[in-house]
Design a protein around this ligand. Structure first.
Ligand code: SF4
Ligand code: SF4
Length: 474
């Protein structure tokens, strides 16, 4: 502490000491109903994350985000950069789902499914407790770690981060290419190696040092909560009407004789034991009300339920409830009806329905008509207008594809020489040059519309309209 500065009266931030230094958190482990379920969900999600790149659907990985070739495969569907509308609809659907889930269940994502919480609380923290000598109970270790134990801990962290970074990379390059690369020297594929190394370092930094700070100061989702939550959203909350005024009942709850004396009318059920604070991975006191730092991990529920059980008092002093239920002392903690619970599902249904419809209506090829660089048009000796175009065709499938095209405007527009069909190899892209002729008198104010029909064998046709350029005749 600087000699001439005033000491703060209380902790301003849960992870900041009074002198401004970092307050390291060693949350105790509270076993109970919710931890058991969170472990099932969390380890299930980890298994899913590790196995998804290995699961094949129609001969492709379930998820492959091939940035280099700009092909994104999701559960058997391949998206190209030209699928902007589809991707936009999909992303809007994801955001609407988050809005709906938050309105219903609060920060259920943060506490139950966010990779940061899942890996920190269910993988890295248990390993740390193993080396700290606090396995199965958590809390601050009784003595400083010996250098070899500390080294061994970070070696295990490194090994884990290394494995996770490889799994992460597999989502972008596929497991086959990755397993081929790991048997070669990094100098043969330096960019992927650097990405993997950077991801490993970022994970080590996060899980060794940054930890809860990511939720507190870096994650934008936490900030969104202030607008996504309302007073009827389900949150992890302390029942202050039941708990206050708090007061100690016994020095050592572990040896409390049963049954505990009922609280006097002047005293609430909270015995101010601090178990809910000691177990909180973000270091806050839930009894101070809804706070942005709360990631809804439910550890304080399990901690308090254990205390209440020992005191022979009803569980649920801290529980899933809503601010409005707690204020009204309502019997039911279920999410309450409000207009957003109608609006979100309706809009979500419309957007996602449109996405599914467009997905099923997609053709096996992509076509784009581009104008060649240079002179916009030329005039032939016969007096026709010639436009030089480029037809870009993409085979979206993993099979060869025969494509043909014709002018379908129903007038004298035609191709000059060239070809009108092509065979594309699987996933191949070609750019076919086309010379298009049109009678000069068909142009109005220097342009005219023309329609091209492209068809693949045995598939629906695609019609596309574009404008030919010509002279502006008086
Ligand atoms: S664990 Fe329960 S009884 Fe103990 S301080 Fe927290 S709210 Fe009060
Ligand atoms: S207050 Fe409770 S639910 Fe919120 S982060 Fe802390 S322990 Fe988890």
């Amino acid at each position: 502490m600087m000699p001439n500065t005033l000491a703060p009266e209380e902790h301003v931030l849960s992870t900041l000491e009074r002198d401004g230094s970092r307050r390291w958190l060693f949350p105790s482990l509270s076993k109970g109903y919710f931890l058991h379920r969170r472990r099932i969900v969390g380890y299930g999600l980890i298994a899913l994350f590790v196995s998804l790149p290995h699961i094949m659907i129609h001969g492709k990985p379930a998820i492959l985000l091939d940035v280099a070739t700009r092909r994104f495969t999701l559960f058997g569907f391949t998206f190209l950069p030209t699928d902007t509308l589809l991707l936009a609809l999909f992303m809007v659907s994801v955001f609407l789902t988050i809005f709906l889930m938050t309105a219903l269940f609060g920060r259920v994502w943060c506490g139950w499914a966010c990779p940061q919480t899942v890996y920190l609380e269910l993988v890295f923290r248990p390993i740390e407790r193993l080396f700290d000598g606090t396995a199965g109970r958590g809390g601050r270790p009784s003595k400083a770690l010996s250098p070899w134990r500390r080294g061994a801990k970070y070696l295990v962290y490194l090994f884990l981060a290394f494995g996770l970074a490889h799994t992460f990379l597999a989502y972008f390059v596929g497991v086959e290419r990755l397993s081929h690369w790991v048997r070669q020297s990094p100098t043969e594929h330096p960019i992927p190696f650097l990405i993997m190394a950077g991801t490993t370092i970022a994970m080590l930094f996060d899980f060794c040092f940054f930890r809860e700070q990511l939720c507190l100061i870096a994650c934008p989702y936490g900030r969104f909560q202030s607008v996504l939550l309302d007073r009827k959203s389900l949150i992890v909350a302390y029942d202050y009407k039941r708990g206050e005024p708090r007061g100690k009942v016994h020095k050592d709850l572990a040896i409390l004789p049963a049954p505990a004396p009922a609280p006097s009318p002047a005293q609430g059920d909270c015995v101010d034991c601090g178990a809910c604070v000691r177990t909180c991975p973000t270091g806050i006191d839930i009894r101070q009300g809804l706070q942005m730092e709360c990631v809804n991990c439910t550890q304080c529920i399990d901690a308090c339920d254990e205390i209440m059980t020992r005191l022979h008092r009803p569980k649920g002093l801290i529980r899933y409830s809503s601010q409005s239920s707690l204020e009204r002392g309502s019997e039911s903690d279920r999410p309450k009806w409000r207009p957003r619970l109608i609006v979100y599902p309706v809009v979500l249904g419309l957007v996602f329905g449109t996405f599914l419809y467009m997905l099923t209506q997609r053709l096996p090829f992509d076509a784009t008509m581009l104008r060649q660089v240079g002179t916009p048009f030329t005039l032939t000796e016969a007096g026709d207008v010639r436009n030089s175009m480029k037809l870009k065709l993409v085979n979206r499938t993993d099979e060869p594809l025969d494509l043909s095209w014709r002018i379908s405007s129903g007038d004298a527009v035609r191709f000059e020489g060239g070809i009108d069909h092509v065979r594309l190899a699987p996933n191949e892209t070609v750019a076919q040059s086309l010379l298009v002729l049109a009678p000069r008198e068909s142009f109005r104010e220097g342009s005219r519309a023309t329609e091209l029909t492209i068809s693949a064998t045995g598939e629906r046709e695609r019609r596309m309209t574009w404008r030919l350029l010509g002279p502006i005749d008086r």
